[in-house]
Ligand binder design. Structure first.
Ligand code: BV8
Ligand code: ZN
Length: 245
């Protein structure tokens, strides 16, 4: 049943038609309609085997128990293996030919934006389909049917998921690239994120500070909602395609 959707304002439609530099920040919610579980469905953060995901997916746990971290990401790769991009991903992919400078910045590690055709996506938190050597940092892709990568083919050391864990810094240069684009955009969409995890959640503030029009797309209010110029309450897969028309 289609949830009630807030109509897009004339102001936003005008800006959408006239802007050339647009930034879109996405979170787990943009992949929800593809069947990807979000982290905080229903407010409190989800747990894995009784442990909060922020703890599993943390630098501390990686130090103490690399197999436990792999188990969580093996499970998530298995969930993701058959899932497809949804109309939200597809609409955003179309936008890259509409705007002179469209920047898609995602917190998601699921690669669904790229599968929908988005190019040059800034992956702030890494990618679940890649592994990295804990010693020489050599990276390699993990094929859909492949199990947990064993030792590094270069130095023989253990591999880890090439994702950013809590307490770890973001991939070198990626946040800086996102910040540069946020500080020059005219229109900033914040789609499917609870805006709780930093430094990702600071990007809309950077855009707002340079006078960009900030629009949130989310079925629920978030700590960012009051700071937005416009809030479109509803599902990304139902709202974003309305811009195409
Ligand atoms: C760091 C990869 C520097 C792995 C992830 C206190 C204050 C501020 C910050 C901190 C603090 N204490 C600690 C920190 C730092 C911490 C942080 O922000 N913690 C939070 C919890 C307070 N940040 C870090 O650790 C970062 N690194 O700070 O480094 C440093 C380093 C060393 C020492 C000191 C400092 C690294 C953070 C990255 C961690 N890795 N992911 C993995 O995927 O498991 S974060 C992970 O969780 C996701 O990538 C994402 O970022 C976050 C989940 O958030 P969302 O994507 O927004 O998802 P969520 O489920 O929460 O919300 C979904 C939303 O969608 C909801 O609002 C829902 O209503 C909506 N929705 C649902 N359906 C739909 C929808 N919307 C639209 N359509 C729908 N259909
Ligand atoms: Zn190595």
């Amino acid at each position: 049943m289609q949830s009630p959707i807030t109509p897009i304002s004339a102001e936003l439609r005008r800006l959408f038609a006239s802007s050339t530099r647009v930034l879109v920040l996405t979170g787990a919610g943009v992949s929800a309609e593809s069947g990807v579980p979000t982290f905080r469905g229903g407010g409190n953060s989800s747990v894995w085997k009784g442990i909060p995901v922020e703890e599993i997916a943390s630098a501390d746990t990686l130090q103490r128990d690399l197999p436990a971290v792999w188990e969580w990401f093996d499970y998530r790769r298995e969930v993701l293996r058959t899932l497809k991009p949804n109309p939200a991903h597809q609409e955003l992919a179309r936008w890259q030919d509409r705007f002179a400078e469209l920047t898609v910045v995602t917190q998601n590690v699921d690669r669904l934006h790229q599968k929908a055709g988005s190019r040059d996506v800034i992956e702030l938190h890494g990618n679940i389909w890649r592994a990295r050597c804990i010693n020489c940092r050599t990276c390699r892709d993990i094929a859909p049917h492949e199990g947990r990568p064993q030792a590094c083919r270069r130095c023989g050391e253990s591999m880890r998921p090439d994702v950013v864990l809590f307490g770890e810094t973001l991939p070198p240069g990626e946040f800086e690239r996102a910040t540069r684009r946020a500080s020059r955009c005219e229109l900033c969409f914040v789609v499917g994120t609870s805006s709780l995890v930093y430094p990702a959640a600071s990007l809309p503030e950077i855009a707002k500070a340079v006078g960009a029009y900030v629009c949130e797309v989310n079925p629920e209010r978030t700590p960012l909602s009051d700071r937005c110029d416009e809030v479109l309450t509803g599902k990304a897969g139902e709202i974003l395609p309305l811009f195409g028309t």
